[in-house]
Every structure is written in C-alpha cells, then in structure tokens.
Design a protein around this ligand. Structure first.
Ligand code: HEC
Ligand code: HEC
Ligand code: HEC
Ligand code: HEC
Ligand code: HEC
Ligand code: HEC
Ligand code: HEC
Length: 383
C-alpha cells in the first residue's frame, strides 16, 4: 500500500487523495466524528440514549474514551494526589489540590508562576492539564504518568534549558489546536462553528460517534419531527448515524478521525519513528493482512467501542483465524481463503507475538503495534 500511496500522491490531484483524510470527511455533509458544526439544541445527551439503550450506556460508561477529558475538579488523579511535584535544575514544579481546586505552581527561587487548572485530559496511561491565562489556553508542561505514579515533563514538551518561570511553566496552545483537543476528547464542543467550552460534555460520549440525537429520539418516540431538512445528515432512516453501515475502509477511517487515519498520518508527518505506533489505523493499514474491502479486520472486528478494552489475548484469536484458517469447514466449504498462510509456531494468543508491544520513549510506555507482522527479535521499528 505504501508504495502505491506515494505513487498516487505524485499522479492524482490533491482533492481526490484528500477525500480520505479526516479533514475531508469532516467537511462532507454527512456526519463524521470531530465535526463541530451542529447547534447544541440538536444534542439530547447520554441520559436520553440510556432510556432505550441502557445496556450500551452502562458498559460505555466504564471505558477510558468516555472519560477522555474532565473538569479538574472531577479528576481522580488530582484528587488522589493532593500534593505532588518534582524538581528540575533550579525549578520546582508542584500541583496542590484541595477544596475542589487544583493549583499549579512553578518556582525557581527568584520568581513564581501559578495557575488554576481547569481541564484534565487523559483518563488512563497519562493525564495532562489545560488552563487559561488572559483568555488564551495554556498547556502545563507537566504530565502525570500512571505506570510510575508520578509527575514529570510532558512528552515532547521538555525544554533543554529553561528561560524563566513563564516559559518553564507552560506552552500557549493556539485556538485552532485547542479546539481540536476538545473535538477529540469531548462531545458537543462546537456549537455551529463556534467553540464553547462552558457547556460541552466532557469525554467521548454517544453523540461524539453517532451524531446529535434529536431526530432519532423524535422518530423512536413516534413523533416524526419536522419533515424535510434534517440538520444532521446520517446514513440510516432512523435519524442517527450508524458506523456499522460503513465500508471496511471507511470504518477504520471513522476510528481514525481521532486515532489517526492512514492518510492523516501519511500526509502530515505528525511524528517520526516509534511514536507512530500510537496511530492504530495507520499501522493496521500497513499490515499485509489489511484489505480495504474485507470487513474481517476493521477496528470493530477486535474492539467493541462500547466496552472497556479486552486484555485477554486469546479473545482476539478468532479474528486472526477468520482468515488464517487451515481447512474449509463443512458449513462453509467455499469460504474464500484470503490468507494462504497458517502459523506453524502457535495456535493461540496470536496478537502477543504478531502485534508486539513497542516502547515509546516519549510516552514512557509501550503500545501494541497494529501493523500485524512476523516480528523479529531486535528488529528496527518498521516505520
Ligand atoms: C425512545 C427510545 C430511543 C432513544 C431515546 C434512543 N434510541 Fe437509538 N434506537 C432505538 C430503537 C428502537 C432502535 C432500533 C431502530 C430500528 O431498528 O429501526 C434504535 C437504533 C439505534 C441505532 C441504530 C440505527 C440504525 O438505523 O441502524 C443507533 C446507532 C442508536 N439507536 C443510537 C442511539 C443514540 C446514540 C441515542 C442517544 C443520542 C439513542 N439511540 C436514543 C430507540 C431509541
Ligand atoms: C471522538 C474521538 C474518538 C473516536 C471517534 C474514537 N476514539 Fe477511541 N479514544 C479516543 C480518546 C481521546 C481515547 C483516550 C482515552 C483516555 O485514555 O483518556 C481513546 C481510547 C481508545 C481505546 C483505549 C482504551 C484503553 O483502555 O486503553 C480504544 C481501544 C479505542 N479508543 C478504540 C476506538 C475504536 C475502535 C474507535 C472506532 C469505533 C474509536 N476508538 C473511535 C477518542 C476517540
Ligand atoms: C486527533 C484527535 C486528538 C487530538 C487533536 C488530541 N488528542 Fe489526546 N488523544 C487522542 C487519542 C485517540 C488518544 C488515545 C491514544 C491511545 O491510547 O493510543 C489520546 C490520548 C491523550 C492522552 C493520554 C496519553 C497516554 O499516554 O495515554 C492525553 C494526556 C491527551 N491525549 C491530551 C491531549 C491534549 C492536551 C490535546 C491538545 C493539546 C490532545 N490530546 C489532542 C486523540 C486526540
Ligand atoms: C467511539 C465511538 C462510539 C461511541 C462513543 C459510541 N458508539 Fe455506538 N457504535 C459505534 C460503532 C463503531 C458501532 C457499530 C458497531 C458494530 O457494527 O459492531 C456502534 C453501534 C451502536 C449501536 C447498534 C447499531 C446496530 O446496528 O447494531 C447502538 C444502538 C449504539 N451504537 C448506541 C450507542 C450509545 C447509546 C452510545 C453511548 C453510550 C454509543 N453508541 C457510543 C461507535 C460508538
Ligand atoms: C486483530 C485485532 C485488532 C484490531 C483489528 C485492532 N486492534 Fe486495537 N488492540 C488489539 C489488541 C490485542 C490490543 C492490546 C490489548 C491489551 O492491552 O492487552 C489493542 C489495543 C488497542 C488500543 C490501546 C492502546 C494502548 O495501550 O493505549 C487502542 C487505542 C486500539 N487498540 C485501537 C484500535 C483501533 C483504532 C483499531 C482500528 C484501526 C484497532 N485497534 C484494531 C487488537 C486489535
Ligand atoms: C482479512 C483477513 C486477515 C485477517 C483477519 C488477518 N490476516 Fe494475517 N494475513 C492476511 C493476508 C492476506 C496476508 C498475506 C498473505 C500472503 O502474503 O501470502 C497475511 C499475512 C500475515 C502474516 C505474515 C506477515 C509477514 O510479515 O509476512 C502474519 C504473521 C499474519 N498475517 C498474522 C495475522 C494475525 C496474528 C492476525 C490477527 C491478529 C491476522 N493475521 C489477521 C489476511 C488476514
Ligand atoms: C509464540 C509466538 C507466536 C504466536 C503465539 C503465534 N505466532 Fe504466528 N508466527 C510466529 C513466528 C516466529 C513466525 C515465523 C515463522 C517462520 O518464519 O519460520 C510465525 C508465522 C506466522 C504466519 C506466517 C506463516 C508463513 O508461512 O509465512 C502467520 C500467518 C501466522 N504466524 C499467524 C498466526 C496466528 C493466526 C496465530 C494465532 C492462532 C499465531 N500466528 C500465533 C510466532 C507466533
């Protein structure tokens, strides 16, 4: 695929290629995750979905995605660490939490900077924080790392030399960038093209993936609502977006809206080397196993977005074996044998060897590589 893609870039007009990048899906009329164009009045909220889809709401609530961002006062990390910090050169970094307020302080003897944390991003693995100064968002230069249970510099934001408290403390996040943080980590952050953090719903909730639910609620409750132009264009007649109806390639792009689709990463050199392992859609589509017309290897073939991540390796075997099977079974004698190959080494826990965990120094932890392959001991990361 990658050889073809560089060829395509050279020969096909940008507009055609761009069709596949998230920025282009988002500008389509049809709903797509991270779109921010709908007025808040069209959203009905998770509690409404729960009236009719109680089981799904119940399991979804315990996923990290549903808690991908929160107000500082709701952060368990901050609450359970009433006072944590570290020292780097002459600089002391500290966060103190009490009475529902978290204060971030950086001192270097000569001067002192302080801010009240407003937003916490990341519910597992790591958490980082945003706040406003003079109306502009800033990102603290420190992050909490769960594996080490400690505060340290934010990956890629550490400075070689610190020039004063202001610089040591944070980085100003431009508006365009901050809106994107919220579009991926929260729901209803945009209200008809304008950003509104005061009313948004923290976390990736139902309507972040299915679109605003008003028309669907009205139809399911039996009052069809106004006919004609529905404000949200969806792919069902029940008034809500159903990702199940996407083609395999689109389905992976769908998760890629936030996790980094093949074209998002290919067209923007977001990061180099091992950090790319974090973009699962991009990695998956580079596997020899990947086929854009084959629904047996989409994200949702392995993951139920409404449930917490399954950590039991053998639960994934059936997905691999749906293609890498040995003989045609009696009930499907003509089942197409996509993958010629079967494994002579093992018959179970396929992902433990073929989706090796790759350590990402910038994140201080390992991530499973979704580029399925024969991984060799000591090999360089296949970029
Ligand atoms: C009043 C009850 C009710 C509410 C409220 C409701 N749903 Fe549904 N939903 C249903 C029913 C019933 C179906 C099955 C419809 C069908 O098969 O035609 C359905 C189907 C769906 C589908 C599949 C649609 C399709 O046509 O393929 C999705 C996705 C969905 N609901 C998501 C949601 C979300 C998200 C919310 C909250 C924003 C929500 N629903 C609120 C009753 C409801
Ligand atoms: C609107 C943005 C968005 C979309 C769309 C999205 N995700 Fe996520 N997802 C996130 C964010 C943000 C996190 C990080 C949550 C955290 O740790 O705070 C995440 C985390 C995850 C995790 C890790 C859970 C864990 O326990 O480590 C899985 C698995 C996942 N997503 C699967 C999917 C799949 C499958 C799809 C497509 C059906 C999808 N996501 C679509 C934003 C999104
Ligand atoms: C394009 C969508 C997108 C944007 C924009 C985005 N994030 Fe994320 N973020 C994600 C996803 C998806 C994950 C989960 C990655 C995974 O677990 O593989 C994540 C994970 C995180 C984590 C947890 C890291 C970890 O190691 O588990 C933090 C903290 C975070 N994001 C903060 C931010 C902040 C702050 C911004 C803005 C400056 C931002 N994100 C912008 C999609 C996004
Ligand atoms: C991260 C994205 C994401 C989030 C968040 C999410 N869903 Fe889904 N939902 C999907 C995908 C993808 C499918 C298709 C799953 C499949 O085909 O297996 C789906 C399918 C469904 C369906 C079934 C449609 C069918 O045809 O069987 C319903 C109902 C539904 N979701 C309701 C909800 C509700 C309610 C919530 C909030 C608690 C929610 N979803 C949150 C991505 C998401
Ligand atoms: C063939 C099965 C398979 C497919 C397909 C698949 N995954 Fe995974 N995924 C896994 C396994 C296995 C893990 C590791 C589970 C564990 O930690 O034990 C994982 C972990 C993850 C994580 C958590 C990473 C971390 O440690 O923070 C995210 C996020 C994720 N997958 C997203 C996706 C997305 C998005 C897609 C679609 C591009 C996808 N996955 C497709 C098997 C799969
Ligand atoms: C949609 C069908 C499909 C699924 C699902 C699938 N594969 Fe594959 N896989 C293929 C195809 C096709 C090839 C290429 C075979 C060839 O080149 O002869 C392949 C190749 C491989 C290879 C050899 C790669 C190399 O570097 O030479 C390994 C290893 C592999 N698959 C393991 C897995 C594992 C493990 C899973 C589950 C996590 C899986 N596959 C899921 C279709 C699939
Ligand atoms: C203990 C590690 C391990 C496990 C578990 C494992 N494999 Fe493998 N697999 C390997 C190694 C190593 C090779 C390369 C063998 C060689 O080249 O001689 C391989 C080769 C393969 C190949 C390529 C075969 C070929 O002829 O090119 C496929 C496909 C494959 N495995 C699929 C799977 C599937 C599906 C599972 C789960 C049912 C699985 N593997 C479980 C280690 C493993």
């Amino acid at each position: 695929m990658s050889r073809w893609s560089s060829l395509l870039i050279a020969t096909i007009p940008a507009a055609l290629i761009a069709q596949f990048a998230t920025s282009d899906w988002v500008s389509e009329r049809q709903f797509w995750p991270t779109q921010t164009r709908y007025p808040r009045s069209l959203y009905v909220g998770e509690a409404m979905c729960a009236k009719c889809h109680r089981d799904i709401v119940g399991t979804a609530e315990s996923t990290p995605m549903a808690h991908a961002a929160m107000k500082a006062a709701q952060s368990d990390v901050l609450r359970s660490h009433p006072n944590f910090g570290f020292t780097h050169d002459d600089y002391r970094y500290e966060i103190r939490t009490g009475l529902g307020k978290s204060t971030y302080t950086v001192t270097n003897g000569a001067s002192r900077g302080t801010a009240t944390i407003e937003w916490a991003f990341g519910s597992h693995g790591a958490q980082s924080w945003l706040y406003k100064k003079d109306g502009e968002f800033h990102e603290a230069r420190v992050t909490y790392f769960q594996d080490f249970d400690r505060l340290d510099f934010t990956p890629n934001r550490a400075l070689q030399t610190l020039h004063g408290v202001d610089e040591a403390m944070d980085r100003e996040v431009g508006r365009a960038e901050v809106y994107k943080c919220f579009a991926c980590h929260t729901t209803e952050s945009g209200t008809g093209e304008s950003f509104d953090e005061s009313q948004l719903v923290p976390g990736v909730k139902c309507e972040a993936c299915h679109g605003p639910g008003q028309a669907h609620r009205d139809r399911m409750e039996g009052n069809a609502g106004q006919k004609g132009t529905s404000a949200v264009q969806v792919n069902t007649s029940s008034g809500i977006f159903n990702p199940k109806k996407l083609t395999p390639e689109q389905s992976v792009d769908f998760c890629g809206a936030c996790h980094g689709s093949y074209w998002d990463i290919n067209l923007n050199s977001v990061s180099d080397g091992v950090s790319k392992v974090r973009f699962e859609p991009y990695r998956l589509e580079q596997s020899k196993c990947w086929n854009k017309n084959d629904g047996r290897l989409t994200c949702i073939a392995c993951h139920d977005p409404h449930k917490p991540l399954d950590k039991n390796a053998s639960d994934y075997d059936h997905v691999c074996l749906s293609c890498h099977f040995t003989t045609a079974t009696a009930d499907s004698p003509t089942r197409s044998l996509h993958a010629k190959t079967i494994c002579l080494v093992a018959k179970e826990n396929c992902t433990t060897c073929h989706m090796p965990k790759v350590y990402v120094p910038a994140a201080y932890r390992s991530f499973p590589d979704h580029r399925i392959r024969i991984a060799k001991e000591g090999e360089a990361f296949p970029d």
